[in-house]
Design a protein around this ligand. Structure first.
Ligand SMILES: O=C1CCN([C@@H]2O[C@H](COP(=O)(O)O)[C@@H](O)[C@H]2O)C(=O)N1
Length: 349
């Protein structure tokens, strides 16, 4: 019996959702840091900022005026990366130079009229309204005949390149299925064809049994750090019921998703007592007019911070050229997060 174990020895972990590997070096977590230090900019923002393009009643960069919205508000991105009405075309030279036109619609989703709040500081009814807006936008955009995939996401924190602290997210709906959900869809379909169940249904049952990486659970969702997590505190929120997309959730499940979103982001903020940056998004069934029983709704959270409010993980060098790599194990990260208080640090002050 070899003395190899995942807690002490370098190893690779396989992600069955992507078919890719992550390098894990648990012994390296203690090395000293003399590199870049991110500054902590914990400023108290006003509830309304006259210069904010997303605040109610303000005029946006292109002259359009926001309504005095009282809950959520969505609008077509004024600087959209994708457009619905463009000429279609293809390029293919010797199978070396391949390109195709891409149509789509990009929207900005304001989570709250309050400029000073973030998801963990919003109350549950307000976060439920964000979930309701996600459902509505997924339904409307997904019904368009040229839209095959609707990517709902949130970039939070300036270190994630977020251009505005006002609580908001984005939706990019487009005619192709982007690479990440395409990869997942292929893995999920392969698993479903073999087992007649979704991969995440079996995975979730085993994670709850092992209880090594679980962060929390409520009536309808589980928050965990996946066995194959790449970012130090990468996490997932997975629905207990294998629902292919947002439209399949009941009112109660939508409220439960809002609760899970608040719980995870509260743990994140309490980790270093700073507004915790991340990119987060939903992966769910494509809207290509086909049934997708293999799909199983889940949210993924990719936070950059590593060991403090000012030290982030860099995905450079080996990670760019070979494999993503991590030091602290998913199990250690889960143990740290789930030991934290569920009351937000700013309300405890
Ligand atoms: O007046 C504006 C300012 C910002 N925006 C859009 O808001 C989005 C802000 O989202 P990010 O901070 O996640 O980049 C960004 O994509 C930007 O194009 C407008 O559509 N109108």
């Amino acid at each position: 019996m070899s003395d190899f174990n995942l807690a002490d020895h370098p190893h690779r972990r396989y992600n069955p959702l992507s078919g890719e590997w992550v390098q894990v070096s648990p012994h390296r977590a203690k090395r000293p840091w003399q590199g870049q230090v991110e500054k902590v900019c914990e400023t108290n923002r006003p509830t309304h900022d006259a210069s904010c393009y997303l605040c109610p009643g303000n005029t946006r960069a292109n002259g359009k005026q926001n309504p005095n919205y009282e809950h959520t508000f969505s609008f077509v991105n004024d600087f959209a990366a994708l457009q619905p009405d463009i000429p279609s075309g293809n390029v293919n030279e010797d199978s070396l130079f391949i390109a195709k036109s891409e149509r789509g619609i990009c929207k900005v989703i304001c989570f709250s009229p309050r400029h000073d709040l973030t998801i963990p500081e919003m109350d549950l009814p307000s976060i439920k309204k964000v979930v309701d807006l996600w459902v509505e936008e997924y339904d409307i955009l997904g019904k368009l005949d040229f839209i095959s995939y609707v990517q709902i996401f949130e970039n939070k924190g300036s270190v994630m390149g977020c251009s505005n602290p006002h609580p908001h997210g984005q939706i990019w709906a487009q005619e192709s299925i982007p690479d990440e959900p395409k990869k997942k869809g292929e893995q999920l379909l392969d698993y479903f064809n073999k087992h007649k169940k979704t991969l995440l249904q079996d995975y979730l049952a085993k994670e709850l049994e092992k209880n090594e990486r679980i962060l929390f659970e409520n009536d309808h969702f589980v928050g965990l750090i996946p066995f194959w997590a790449i970012w130090p505190f990468e996490a997932m929120i997975i629905s207990k019921r294998p629902v292919a997309n947002l439209l399949g959730f009941t009112e109660e499940e939508r409220a439960s998703l809002a609760d899970a979103y608040k719980t995870l982001t509260t743990l994140y903020d309490n980790l270093f007592e700073v507004s915790f940056p991340y990119s987060a998004g939903i992966h769910q069934a494509p809207t290509d007019n086909q049934s997708h029983p293999e799909w199983h709704f889940h949210m993924v959270f990719y936070p950059p911070l590593l060991r403090s409010a000012t030290v982030k993980k860099f995905m450079v060098g080996y990670e760019m050229l070979a494999n993503p790599q991590r030091d602290i194990t998913p199990e250690q990260a889960a143990q740290t997060l789930r030991s934290l208080d569920l009351e937000h640090y700013r309300t405890r002050r």
